[in-house]
Design a protein around this ligand. Structure first.
Ligand code: SF4
Length: 207
């Protein structure tokens, strides 16, 4: 994170910039999303893809289930649903679908995805899980070593994901990069994946 950057927002010096998972994932999708959305404040068009994908996932949340046998299989001791967590030191906040306390004393995030199961999770899903892991570790002061994705299409299929220091460092670095763009207002590089530009809502102004 850039040294000397003022990370407070508004006239109250205690109001710290707090990023949402969407703001962080938009950056992962393409760093320029952060510039257009958070610096120039040009909103995305609803019909465009990234928004639509998020909408589908929100719909998936509404229809989610977490049957008892699943919790038993994961060794869950206690479970909290729709937990709002915020960490000023992380500059992040968000609502975690489920926070799990596991038999070994560690904690884990569980997140529902309205997609078919995947052998390798999307990068954005992994980043989101690691972000929730950091928020949980901060709030409970307990270790987080794994998270779970539940793919709701084709049944509730559970994908356990080991969360490592590398994952957590990557999330912290990503948050720092998002904040740098917002604080300094500089135009970041384009995404490394040109196919993402094909149906991007900013394509006509992104040169
Ligand atoms: S057109 Fe491409 S580089 Fe520009 S914001 Fe969209 S995805 Fe990113």
């Amino acid at each position: 994170m850039g040294e000397g950057i003022d990370l407070t927002v508004g006239p109250n010096p205690d109001s710290v910039l707090m990023l949402t998972p969407s703001e962080i994932l938009e950056y992962v999708f393409c760093p320029r999303f952060t510039f257009f959305l958070n610096v120039l404040r040009i909103s995305q068009k609803e019909e465009k893809r990234y928004k639509v994908r998020k909408g589908r996932e929100l719909h998936g949340r509404r229809s989610r289930k977490n049957p008892g046998y699943l919790r038993k299989r994961l060794g869950v001791v206690k479970r909290w649903t729709d937990v709002y967590l915020a960490s000023p030191s992380l500059h992040a906040r968000g609502i975690v679908d489920e926070v799990l306390e596991l038999e070994d004393g560690s904690m884990a995030p569980l997140d529902y995805k309205m997609t078919f199961p995947r052998e390798r999770p999307f990068r954005t899903h992994r980043v989101q899980l690691a972000l929730y892991g950091l928020l949980i570790a901060d709030a409970w002061q307990r270790p987080v070593r794994r998270g779970y994705l539940v793919y709701t299409r084709g049944g509730n299929s559970v994908c356990p994901i080991d969360l490592t220091d590398r994952d957590f460092k990557r999330v912290r670095r990503t948050i720092g990069e998002v904040i740098d763009i917002i604080a300094n207002g500089h135009l970041p590089a384009r995404t490394r994946f040109p196919q993402r530009c094909l149906d991007c809502c900013y394509a006509n102004i992104c040169v």
